[in-house]
Design a binder for this molecule. Structure first.
Ligand SMILES: NC(=O)c1ccc[n+]([C@@H]2O[C@H](COP(=O)([O-])OP(=O)(O)OC[C@H]3O[C@@H](n4cnc5c(N)ncnc54)[C@H](O)[C@@H]3O)[C@@H](O)[C@H]2O)c1
Length: 290
């Protein structure tokens, strides 16, 4: 199949492209490298430096896509407070551009939604714009018959995650601090709970959704492992010192996927446990120290 991935040099996009190439697809990535990295480029995929906010002719990059996996976004809550306009332009107008091209091409779109919406869409600009993205996807499905599905991801971690800068996630921050021999920094009282889901499981659900788009068009899926842990437990499982820093605004107290639709309709089953993953990180550090 001809597969177009937006956000292909980002954390999840890189893992997705590796999987799509393994599955034998022709893959083209569109990314402006805002948070994505050149070193994430995979052999066998065609990469273009493109900004989805620009209403350009995407035909030039892939004239006959069979499916689009739309991941490009400004992803994270905290920076969205500082850049609400840019977040809106990327996550909402960018999504509109992709959907309008999909309509022209008659090809399906699988959209990377966010579980953060369950905490309320007005908590921060990021959550609001990801919700607006979902609404646009749904609009094109209902009004223009574009085959679409939405997968809401829960707290993704794993290879290629950012470990530096304002767009990195808690597991990325802890891994960097652990690797550097620093104390881990826990925000607030650390009792907030997250349903951490490994990126391999996320990619597997996303791809299963794309493969069965004919059957599941119009559906929304929750891709979460279905078990949550407090940040305190996650920090303690690294077995090093930690300290507390002020709570950050706009964050929910808990994420937890209780919806089993992806398991039932897609045959998806997440397999990787965050505590096993952290154990692996610790073993790797011990090996590299010896
Ligand atoms: N990581 C998570 O825990 C999580 C949870 C829920 C939803 N999501 C969603 O998954 C998707 C991927 O997130 P990620 O964690 O891989 O983040 P990421 O920042 O690693 O990937 C996003 C990619 O989009 C690209 N991008 C940003 N603006 C662009 C633009 N204007 N034009 C073209 N490309 C642009 C970035 O350069 C980057 O490569 C996002 O849509 C995000 O909202 C992620």
């Amino acid at each position: 199949m001809n597969v177009l991935v937006t956000g292909g040099v980002g954390f999840i996009g890189t893992n997705l492209i590796k999987r799509l190439l393994e599955d034998g697809h022709k893959v083209v990535s569109l990314d402006n490298y805002q948070t994505g990295k050149e070193e994430n480029e995979q052999e066998g995929c065609e990469y273009h430096r493109v900004d989805i906010r620009d209403g350009i002719d995407f035909d030039f990059f892939m004239p006959d896509p069979d499916i689009i996996y739309h991941l490009a976004a400004l992803p994270r809550i905290q920076p969205s407070f500082e850049y609400p306009e840019l977040t809106f332009e990327t996550n909402v107008l960018g999504t509109m551009n992709i959907m309008s091209w999909a309509k022209e091409k008659g090809c399906g779109v699988v959209y990377a939604g966010s579980s953060s919406k369950h905490g309320g869409i007005f908590k921060n600009p990021y959550t609001f714009t990801k919700h607006q993205g979902e609404e646009i996807v749904e609009l094109y499905n209902k009004v223009y018959d574009v085959p679409t599905a939405i997968c809401r991801f829960y707290n993704v971690y794993g290879p290629y995650q950012l470990t530096e800068g304002e767009y990195c996630t808690v597991v990325g921050i802890f891994q960097r601090q652990y690797k550097n021999g620093e104390e881990l920094t826990i925000t607030g009282d650390g009792e907030q709970r997250r349903d951490f889901t490994h990126v391999y499981d996320i990619v597997d659900g996303f791809v299963k959704c794309g493969e069965q788009l004919d059957k599941v068009s119009g559906e929304v899926f929750e891709l979460g492992r279905g078990e949550n842990f407090s940040i305190n437990v996650i920090a303690q499982s690294f077995d090093v010192g930690y300290t507390y820093i002020p709570k950050r605004p706009g964050e929910v107290q808990e994420t937890l996927c209780t919806d089993m639709k992806a398991r039932k309709l897609l045959g998806w089953k997440p397999t990787i446990d965050i505590l096993d993953y952290i154990e692996g990180v610790r073993v790797d550090k011990e090996i590299s120290n010896n």
